[in-house]
Design a protein around this ligand. Structure first.
Ligand code: ATP
Ligand code: MG
Length: 646
């Protein structure tokens, strides 16, 4: 029986206040996992309690958490908070134009979610159906996600920067029959014609029955009669009360396609209870979340960080969350700081790629703001170099706010390696120590566990955790092969990692990115970090290329800061080589360094190294699936710079 009179907040769980307390709780989490996770699960509101905590079928690579339980994610994120503090802000929308905000309380959120849920039902969506959301960063996106959850439907959010082709592929793969989109999406100075792209994506696709269009701007767009409906017209037809669909713990909550930096996108599937327990707990502990916090995560909802730390984590914990529509550099590089001050954000969670761009803009814009409310600064998505880490800590956080470099993946549901703010002593560039319940191992290429400190290897997780993906949508075999074949019965992350004498973990990049130079193993991230130490360098990417003597040579692509006076290119290249030699050793000295106008990145900001590897090897075309590239034209200019005109 759900009792809303007692505090339903996960935030009530005790936090470690010292390293001894962290170590003790961590030890317990591994020594008595069932007891530990049963305790965590109590922070959710259950319609029916689970009778079992974890069932694993090793052969089948099948994990079932909290079996027997029935609950609802939207109820946990919205209703239970609306019942206790209806007037508390749940969502603050920071619109594209500076200074424009819109606040939704938990009561508002409940009404909107209920209406949209009723609309979905009216359009034939039933429990288990997949609904594609091709949406910008607007409140309707959050409403639609939670509306799906409320009726037991499965959302598949496709990042609004994706092309029609990429969207179509994902709609087909997940078998979506309803698509929710918007007429247009303001994005910095531009407007993206979302509906037009969506139309192109589903051209001739009878699978899509209804397209619901949120009205973000005044732009009128072609609406196909019988298929396309304005979302506001539809919601106006429905009341806001929508009965909750109590789903089983292992019923799917969402499908999310990974960013695609390493090949064909995978439809990662997360289920309800385990994901929610893990999102809740990691949000509470990694950000030291407090009830009156304003949590500001800049990630797009199209990525896992947006799912777990814009929507589910903060909301399940009853914490106010910010939805950022603008880009971090619109209208200028001071936007994040301005929002931080305006809303009094306690936590700011962003990505190194954004930070690098903001650093390059200079500190003057930063100094226009106070940022005095910030307590925790989070980073995710790629390694954060010590320089960027230090800038984040000293400049953005005045040396007072804690930096949490969080390592995790779409597949892990929530953060896996992270410092606990104010507790874990940090080392710039290391994500530090594993989260509760997470048991890590480093393995050599032959599959032996490497013990001790000062070692590196393939990063694996040795036991299940509630937030882990359960399968790839419609392709369990690929799930097994991708994650569980390389090192039998262990979850293989695909990342290389070093562990130091203090047990701290340092991600060295994807294993594909570890170079074997004359028999020495070098992480590309290390070389990049050494290059970025040079004042002239804004960004760099390092890849291997076939080398007659070394086996693999080191090839560095370097993007210079716009404002740096460049001596001769030759001098600069010499200085960069010297820098790497000095910082890592002669073995790491790049064989070739090329100045390029930009790097090929996915829309989530990740460098597509396979393209750079191809170019370094002399390849001009045939780079495989490049549909997720943010700026395809950059590839041509890199080819011309490196390989010359055809
Ligand atoms: P795909 O799997 O399709 O290639 P992707 O791996 O880029 O895409 P995500 O799940 O968004 O998609 O990213 C997870 C990866 O990002 C990790 O495996 C790791 O390589 C990198 N990463 C995430 N956080 C960190 C971090 N704090 N430090 C270093 N690397 C990180
Ligand atoms: Mg990945």
């Amino acid at each position: 029986m759900i009792d809303l009179s007692s505090s339903p907040l996960a935030l009530g769980n005790p936090r470690a206040r010292s390293m001894d307390e962290y170590r003790e709780s961590y030890r317990q989490s591994l020594a008595e996992p069932e007891r530990f996770w049963r305790e965590q699960a109590r922070t959710l509101s259950w319609f029916h309690d689970p009778y079992s905590i974890l069932d694993v079928d090793v052969e089948e690579v099948d994990f079932s958490w909290f079996t027997g339980g029935r609950l609802n994610a939207a109820f946990n994120c919205v209703d239970r908070h609306a019942a206790v503090h209806p007037g508390k802000p749940a969502l603050i929308w920071a619109k594209n134009e500076p200074g424009e905000y819109k606040t939704f309380t938990f009561r508002d959120l409940k009404h909107h979610v209920g209406r949209v849920a009723n609309v979905l039902k009216a359009h034939g969506v039933r429990k288990g159906d997949r609904v594609c959301l091709y949406m910008p960063m607007i409140p309707e996106t959050v409403f639609a996600m939670l509306a799906c959850a409320r009726i037991g439907a499965v959302h598949s959010v496709v990042f609004a920067g994706f092309s029609a082709e990429a969207l179509r592929e994902r709609i087909l793969d997940a078998g979506c029959e309803v698509l929710v989109t918007a007429n247009e999406a303001p994005r910095g100075p531009k407007k993206v014609a979302l509906k037009a792209i969506a139309d192109a994506a589903i051209e001739g696709l009878s699978q899509i029955r209804s397209v619901l269009v949120a009205r973000r701007t005044d732009a009128s767009v072609p609406m196909r009669a019988g298929r396309d409906f304005w979302l506001d017209d539809e919601t106006a037809k429905h009341r806001s009360t929508c009965p909750v669909e109590w789903v089983a713990s292992e019923d799917p909550l969402f499908v999310l396609y990974t960013s695609g930096s390493t090949g064909k996108p995978k439809g990662v599937l997360h289920t309800t209870a385990g994901y929610l327990v893990y999102a809740s707990m990691t949000h509470a502990h990694a950000f030291d979340a407090r009830p009156d916090d304003v949590h500001f995560c800049t990630a797009d909802i199209g990525w896992i960080t947006g799912h777990s730390y814009v929507v589910y984590g903060p909301l399940v914990n009853g914490v106010t969350t910010v939805l950022l529509e603008a880009t971090p550099n619109y209208p200028d590089a001071g936007r994040l700081w301005e929002i931080t001050d305006a809303l009094g954000a306690a936590t700011l969670y962003t990505a190194p790629t954004a930070l690098r761009a903001l650093i390059a803009a200079g500190d003057e814009v930063l100094e226009r703001s106070s940022r005095k409310t910030l307590r925790v600064l989070g980073s995710a998505g790629e390694p954060i170099s010590p320089e960027v880490w230090t800038w984040f800590h000293e400049k953005v956080g005045h040396g007072k706010a804690s930096v949490v470099d969080t390592w995790w993946q779409t597949e892990t549901g929530g953060v896996m390696i992270t410092p606990l703010p104010g507790v874990t002593p940090c080392k710039a560039g290391s994500a530090t120590l594993p989260f509760y319940g997470i048991d890590l191992a480093l393995l050599d290429d032959e599959g032996h566990v490497i013990h001790g400190g000062e070692v590196s290897g393939n990063l694996c997780v040795t036991r299940p955790w509630p937030g882990q993906a359960r399968t790839l949508y419609g392709n369990h075999r690929r799930f097994r092969e991708t994650y569980f074949n390389r090192f039998p019965s262990l979850y293989f992350t695909g990342d290389g990692c070093r562990r130091d004498d203090d047990g701290y973990y340092w991600i060295t990049g994807r294993v594909d990115d570890v170079l074997n130079v004359s028999g020495h193993r070098l992480g590309t991230a290390e070389v990049e970090s050494a290059l970025s130490r040079h004042d002239a360098v804004a960004e760099s990417a390092v890849v291997g290329f076939p080398h007659p003597i070394k086996g693999t040579g080191i090839f560095a692509y370097v993007v210079l800061r716009p404002d740096t006076p460049v001596e001769s290119a030759e001098q600069l290249i010499g200085a960069l080589k010297e820098q790497v030699r000095h910082m890592i050793g002669p073995i790491a000295t790049p064989d070739r360094i090329h100045m390029v106008p930009g790097l090929p990145k996915t829309r989530s900001g990740k460098i597509m190294r396979r393209i750079l590897r191809g170019i370094a090897a002399g390849q001009r075309e045939g780079f495989g699936d490049t549909s997720t590239l943010a700026e395809p034209a950059i590839v041509e200019s890199i080819i011309t710079t490196v390989l010359g005109e055809e």
